[in-house]
Design a protein around this ligand. Sequence first.
Ligand SMILES: Cc1ncc(COP(=O)(O)OP(=O)(O)O)c(N)n1
Ligand SMILES: Cc1ncsc1CCOP(=O)(O)O
Ligand SMILES: [Mg+2]
Length: 204
Amino acid sequence: MEAHLLRKYFIMGSQNCDRDPIEILTEAVQAGITAFQFREKGPGSLAGLRKVVLGRQLREICYEYSIPFFVNDDLELAKVLGADGIHVGQDDRFAEEVRARFPDKIIGLSVSNSLELENSPLSAVDYLGAGPVFATGTKSDAKTPVGTKWISQIRKQHPNFPLVGIGGINTTNSNEVMEAGADGVAVISAITKAKDIQAAVRSL
Ligand SMILES: Cc1ncc(COP(=O)(O)OP(=O)(O)O)c(N)n1
Ligand SMILES: Cc1ncsc1CCOP(=O)(O)O
Ligand SMILES: [Mg+2]
């Protein structure tokens, strides 16, 4: 994949939103996010048909603005929505299985420590999501923050592999993540909770 697409990677589900997710995503794409992940997960999230209906609407916005649309975890949903890509974690289906099933989709894989990285089938995936870099209140089962050191370590081991930092990243600390060698930052609350989405995206 082209690493510049990871530059401002926005992740959201309705559970992250205090107002209409469609409005929030529209403002974010207009402000210049470079990729979007639909992550309908955790307390308050939608399931079943309501999840699919919202996913369709968000997918359509990304299509209109030519932004790659990713689905988190849910392979069936990724298929139904015609997603450009899928993001899976270490506890999710093996990345190799996902690749076998979706040879043409962009596949992202989470890595939080050296052991995970060593055991990861990098040849089967297109980018790595590394973190949580900083403490986050958004994901209740997030692992211990690994700091920007984790980003620089991956970058040293894999100088050219597309890499995005995630977890507790905001307009104040995103530069540290970039300076450590990431191709971009993946954020939820820095955009969903922003008073001014346009300003937040610009500043990231
Ligand atoms: C870009 C990106 N990086 C990491 C994650 C986290 O994935 P995972 O560890 O599977 O946790 P959940 O998001 O599924 O709770 C991500 N979603 N996106
Ligand atoms: C999905 C995910 N994976 C690791 S941390 C995290 C949550 C990121 O949310 P925020 O950007 O609000 O810290
Ligand atoms: Mg996951």
